[in-house]
Design a protein around this ligand. Structure first.
Ligand SMILES: *[C@@H]1O[C@H](CO)[C@@H](O)[C@H](O)[C@H]1NC(C)=O
Ligand SMILES: *[C@@H]1O[C@H](CO)[C@@H](O)[C@H](O)[C@H]1NC(C)=O
Length: 721
């Protein structure tokens, strides 16, 4: 379970990282190939080809090659010069930038805003004021001073040199300003601690209303936020009318600033009088509480807003308030939830139940509640019913609505309901089944291990065109593997694009789970051969493949290379796999050495793995130590008791076993029975150990008895012969 979870969580980021690194390599290789081709053929190629290779070199930051190429170009044009200059800027070789630019002027090569922008950038980086004057003269002479790009770059130069007066003059004379111009000015004022002017500029920007502030604006304002007390003092001292817009922006700025504390925001909010607060103020404050996890305050604020302020909540108010009710912390779950239900009532009363985002957040709330309460608990089922009811009552639904419902059902373990819902979704004309839906459905098929259904989903997947999505492929591989049909897992893998580690990891895991460690290793070496970079998940897969397949030597080698060769720092999972690897091989000493070498505190997963190894090898003394540790750190974990009691009964230490069971009773820990499923003629039958609830349980047990007899007979035969 944990494997798939970490897969989906990390794969997105991994994908981005992968594509980035891949592109960079591809660029450099392709560029040098073309380059050598151009030189070999001796072709007097057009300047366009030269420039595109030059740009490629610049992008790959291969400055020497770029310079060499530039010198080879028979007649470099302005584009070549610009490419060369911006490569040097990127490499911070500013002297080269200025030499090139001087050379351009001497040779009367035409420059443009792009050239000037690069040169100004280099001047700003160094803070060469004398160059700035010269360049300003040049800009005026050539008429580029009215250009927003060059003008802003010049403002940047002066503000970086702390010459805010000059910066301000140029800024005011700009015929057109863009958001970068404004941000540069604000950042400049913040840089010299002149928050009066920074704030004034911000207010001017707001008042002029031509350009909306963006993240850059707020991030400049954030440095102001650090000085908030001083700022407040200033506001009060100046007797400024505290502007609603500014205050609202400050609240938003605060809450998106990770370092700032919610206390500062509350202070800001409290200092605003009722006449200044508007709907946006309340919503910003509510969102700030919600994102800080201050749920009780969020609810209290919501109540104050509706009861005291006289401001009508809108869609955003409701979505923030509702989403704070499904904060993932499990404490206070029930009171949270009753607040959520109350909010639902209010939503209906105010007529927001037909607003899609509000209803979507209600659905998510019920789904999360059901997930937290668990599948076995009847409360979970009730919340899921609420979610379904909410879903059904919505007149308009968007893809978020459908997918929230489906993934909710799937992730909370309501697999059968999820599959029914998927079927409904697939048949509905309102919604196109997308890759999220397919992944969720396949995951539920895996949980149920129902091959027939899985195959059906697969065939609609092929028709849908989402089959090439790697996350879907990954779920497909997992589904077939869980259903025991590795051949089909492999086929899904072979047919996929295999362009990132996601699909590779899935097939490695599939083989690992089936004890086919050699095949996992084979895939791993192919992966390296075709140049797909392994990630930390790959190594979890490989290590568990080695331990399940008894490949101790290989596993030990790989454990050593993760950090040293592949540059991936070892995580808790890797250590747990390593402990498992040594433990299964009976090398408890090596497992202990590994634990001792860990740079961080081992968690219960690592100890539990060690305990499992102790059980297999009858290491009762170490087991006692480890179990004591586990019983104090995770006293509710039933498997510790089960393993420990298993060790004692294996060694016929009945007193120990009785003691464990007594502690378990005293602490109120229950053994959670493990359930199994089997699919026969499209019907799923579930059972657990010693179960007699099936209506044909008598005949099942009599066949089981026959099978056991048969096994015993054969065993005896083997012993005799
Ligand atoms: C809601 O109002 C009460 C009474 O005015 C106040 O004490 C409380 O702090 C307010 N809650 C929030 C979160 O602002
Ligand atoms: C709750 O969510 C936060 C971020 O949203 C996350 O860092 C944290 O690990 C989550 N906690 C649990 C128990 O899932």
């Amino acid at each position: 379970m944990f494997i798939t979870r970490s897969l989906t969580k990390n794969s997105n980021l991994l994908l981005v990282l992968f594509i980035k690194s891949h592109r960079r390599n591809a660029h450099s290789i392709a560029a040098s190939r073309t380059h050598s081709h151009l030189i070999k053929s001796g072709a007097a190629t057009d300047i366009y080809s030269w420039n595109s290779i030059l740009t490629s070199y610049g992008k790959t930051r291969n400055l020497n090659d770029a310079q060499k190429l530039f010198d080879e170009i028979p007649l470099p044009d302005p584009v070549s010069w610009n490419a060369m200059i911006s490569s040097h800027v990127a490499h911070r070789s500013y002297n080269a930038v200025w030499d090139l630019f001087r050379c351009m002027i001497r040779r009367k090569i035409e420059f443009d805003t792009y050239t000037l922008g690069s040169v100004l950038k280099s001047i700003a980086c160094v803070g060469e004021l004398s160059f700035a004057w010269q360049l300003q003269c040049l800009l005026i002479k050539t008429g580029f001073d009215g250009d927003v790009y060059c003008g802003t770059a010049l403002v940047d130069v002066y503000s970086k040199c702390w010459k805010m007066k000059d910066a301000d003059m140029i800024f005011r004379q700009l015929p057109v300003r863009n958001v970068v111009s404004w941000n540069t000015m604000i950042t400049g004022f913040v840089g010299i601690d002149d928050f009066d002017r920074a704030l004034a500029t911000f207010r001017w920007m707001e008042k002029e209303g031509l350009i909306s502030p963006d993240e850059g604006t707020f991030s400049s304002m954030l440095s102001l936020v650090d000085l908030v007390t001083q700022l407040h003092a200033k506001i009060v001292k100046h007797g400024w009318e505290v502007d609603t817009v500014v205050c609202n922006a400050m609240i938003t700025a605060y809450s998106s600033h990770h370092g700032s504390s919610i206390k500062d925001i509350v202070k800001m909010f409290d200092e605003m009088t009722e006449s200044i607060r508007n709907l946006v103020t309340w919503n910003s404050m509510l969102a700030a509480f919600a994102s800080a996890g201050e749920i009780d305050s969020a609810i209290s604020l919501f109540i104050n807003m509706t009861k005291l302020s006289g401001i009508e909540p809108d869609m955003y108010t409701f979505t923030s308030a509702i989403s704070s009710c499904f904060d993932n912390s499990t404490s206070n779950l029930n009171s949270r939830f009753s607040q959520g239900k109350a909010l639902h009532g209010l939503v209906i009363q105010k007529g927001f139940d037909s607003t899609v985002p509000v209803s979507n957040s209600l659905i998510t709330m019920y789904v999360k509640k059901a997930g937290a309460a668990g599948n076995t608990n009847s409360n979970g089922g009730l919340s899921m019913d609420d979610a379904v009811r909410c879903f059904d009552s919505m007149e308009t639904k968007d893809s978020v609505t459908w997918n929230s419902m489906l993934t909710g059902l799937s992730q909370s373990g309501f697999s059968e309901k999820a599959m029914k819902f998927f079927r409904r979704m697939h048949r509905s004309s309102q919604i196109k089944t997308d890759h999220f839906a397919f992944s969720a459905a396949l995951r539920s098929c895996s949980d149920l291990a129902v091959l027939d259904l899985g195959t059906q989903v697969h065939s609609s997947l092929v028709k849908s065109g989402f089959g090439s999505n790697e996350f879907v492929t990954s779920s497909l591989i997992y589904m077939y593997s869980k259903s025991g049909v590795l051949l089909l897992s492999r086929r899904a893998f072979d047919e996929s694009t295999k362009s990132t580690s996601v699909t590779w990891n899935s097939i490695i895991f599939a083989y690992a789970q089936h004890g086919k460690g050699r095949l996992s290793l084979e895939i791993f070496s192919t992966m390296s051969r075709v140049g797909i970079k392994p990630d930390h998940i790959t190594f979890v897969g490989i290590l568990s493949a080695c331990s399940h397949g008894g490949l101790i030597k290989e596993g030990t080698e790989i454990l050593k290379t993760i950090d040293k060769v592949h540059g991936i720092s070892l995580r808790m999972e890797h250590y747990a796999c390593g402990v498992d690897l040594f433990g299964r091989a009976g090398r408890i000493d090596l497992a202990m050495d590994l634990i001792k070498s860990m740079p961080f505190k081992p968690d219960s997963m690592v100890w539990m793995t060690l305990l499992g190894a102790c059980r297999i090898h009858g290491e009762v003394e170490l087991a006692n130590v480890v179990a004591r540790r586990l019983l104090s750190s995770v006293p509710d974990e039933h498997s510790t008791y089960v393993v420990l009691s298993g060790i004692y009964s294996g060694l016929k230490m009945w007193e120990g076993k009785a003691l464990v069971q007594k502690i378990m009773r005293d602490r109120g820990v229950c053994k959670v029975p493990g359930w199994s499923w089997i699919e026969i003629d499209n019907q799923v039958h579930s059972f657990n150990a010693g179960d007699r609830s099936h209506r044909r349980s008598d005949s099942i047990y009599s066949i089981l008895d026959e099978l056991m007899d048969e096994i015993r007979r054969r065993k005896r035969k083997i012993n005799i012969s």
